[in-house]
Ligand binder design. Structure first.
Ligand code: 4NP
Length: 160
């Protein structure tokens, strides 16, 4: 059974689709086949059905030469059962996800993405939506660090 990751941000058009596509790119580079599968979602319903933000897609293409695939969907409480690990891009996303699990049954499945960073000492992947291109570039670099750390930890813990 593949290990299932779900990346979650607010709109599911900038940070979480980047995390999903960067993870797929790293999985391919490691020749991991279908040991890990991933998806992404937003806590909001603002952009349901839309493709990743073109500014985010430009940054991903320039820095990693990858295309950002997918279309936005909203986080669904059924995702708590469907996924092994749910990665929140910032503390607001984290709180919004866990507000849908009042009993705390899935508390251990939800983690902050930046807790897997090794080059960055930050808590949140900053929301790039209202800023300029440098913010989008920085998101790609932070997520590359976090995604590498995440895959290394899954391997070390023999989850994949
Ligand atoms: P994301 O970025 O949560 O990384 O997809 C945002 C996308 C849309 C909005 C905010 C952040 N918005 O306010 O519409």
């Amino acid at each position: 059974m593949p290990y299932k990751l779900l990346f979650v941000c607010l709109g599911n058009i900038c940070r979480s689709p980047s995390a999903e596509n960067i993870t797929n790119y790293l999985i391919e580079k490691r020749n991991w086949g279908d040991r890990v599968i991933c998806d992404s979602a937003g806590t909001s319903d603002y952009h349901i059905g839309r493709p990743p933000d073109p500014r985010m897609a430009i940054a991903a293409k320039e820095i990693l030469d990858i295309d950002l695939l997918g279309k936005a969907r909203q986080f669904d409480p059924a995702d708590f059962e469907k996924f092994d690990l749910i990665l929140a891009m910032d503390r607001e996303n984290y709180d919004d996800i866990l507000s849908l699990d009042r009993p705390g049954k899935y508390l251990d499945k939800v983690r902050l993405m930046c807790s897997f960073c090794r080059r960055y000492d930050i808590k949140d992947v900053p929301d790039p939506y209202y800023g300029g291109p440098q913010g989008f570039n920085r998101v790609i670099d932070i997520l590359t660090d976090a995604c590498e750390g995440l895959l290394d930890e899954l391997e070390q813990e023999q989850k994949v």
